[in-house]
Design a binder for this molecule. Structure first.
Ligand code: COA
Length: 142
């Protein structure tokens, strides 16, 4: 968890709530054991919505398809767990998510669907929600 937090901090992603019971996380290591990528999601209380988070690739490993594979992995696991819809916040990587079938979404709808998740509660408390860009896609065909 410590190594993952350091990795996420380097790529400027949210660290809080990584150990919440509703959060699922995976890491990929390179041949030397260093974290090369991470992926995950937080599931809503009713299990129907997944907030994709912590999808990142080490800067030296980017643009080789790793990000797409890690994001697809999280979407598949969320669908297997029963989620019907995936959501996420991304201010910088919209085109990446669009290439995975995501469309611009209403951030307030996201906050309603995932009201009990750690990340939504944090973003509401800090006022960051109003500055975020939301994306969503159905998980019927992953
Ligand atoms: C977003 C990120 C995970 C992509 O990882 P990657 O390994 O470079 O992605 P891929 O090689 O699988 O790229 C898939 C496609 O998305 C495109 N793409 C990747 N990052 C992009 C970005 N930030 N903006 C626009 N397009 C992007 C690639 O060009 C590629 O398109 P192509 O297949 O047509 O060439 C990586 O840039 C990253 O870790 N960013 C910092 C963390 C972050 O912002 N995560 C998302 C929020 S959870």
């Amino acid at each position: 968890m410590e190594a993952l937090a350091a990795f996420l901090s380097e790529v400027d992603l949210t660290l809080s709530g990584l150990d919440a019971p509703s959060v699922r996380l995976w890491i990929e290591r390179d041949e030397r054991g260093a974290i090369a990528g991470s992926t995950g999601y937080e599931i809503s209380g009713d299990g129907r919505h997944a907030l994709i988070r912590s999808v990142a690739v080490a800067p030296s490993q980017r643009s080789r398809g790793r990000g797409r594979a890690l994001a697809s992995f999280a979407l598949e696991r969320a669908a297997e767990e029963g989620a019907m819809k995936a959501w996420l916040f991304s201010r910088r990587s919209g085109p990446f998510w669009q290439s995975l079938g995501f469309e611009a979404a209403d951030r307030d709808e996201l906050a309603e669907a995932l009201a009990d998740t750690h990340q939504v509660r944090l973003f509401q408390q800090t006022g960051q929600l109003g500055r975020e860009v939301a994306w969503s896609r159905l998980l019927d065909v992953v």
